[in-house]
Ligand binder design. Sequence first.
Ligand SMILES: [Fe+2]
Length: 163
Amino acid sequence: MTMPGKLYATRLNIDVSDRKLLGEHLNRALASIVDLHSQVKQAHWNIKGPWFFARHELFDKIAANLLAFADDVAERASALGNVAAGTAQHACELSILDGYPDKAVSGQEHLRHLADRYGQVVSMLRESTTVAGKKDPVTEDLLISTLSQLEQDLWFLESHLHD
Ligand SMILES: [Fe+2]
């Protein structure tokens, strides 16, 4: 499976090549966010040890945020005329993330693995935000608000990693 290439006609006044480029960035973000959501739920289900409940709940809360971001990003891709790549199979193919380690058990391990992955996704979104800033302020605005909330969730994860 590769990035969906089809582009639908729209009355939006944005060049075809720009709509396609923005769609590629949005679909890469979508696939990675869908993947990250599944990885955060994996941590939510498998974490053990001290402060179990607080961390189990934190992971559920930030996973729910990711679902909302996926919806917004997919709908912008579609509004630009692209086919949104939002299935689990698209995520396998297009996500920038490594798979989640089955061996992670403790809170520290899960927090570190998740913080690393949030770091990768926010770096990718910063790059896409710069590209969108030259092409389409609406997509740029969406990516900035998504980035801002993801960075706050990364801060929550990193705060749990301090002694
Ligand atoms: Fe649950």
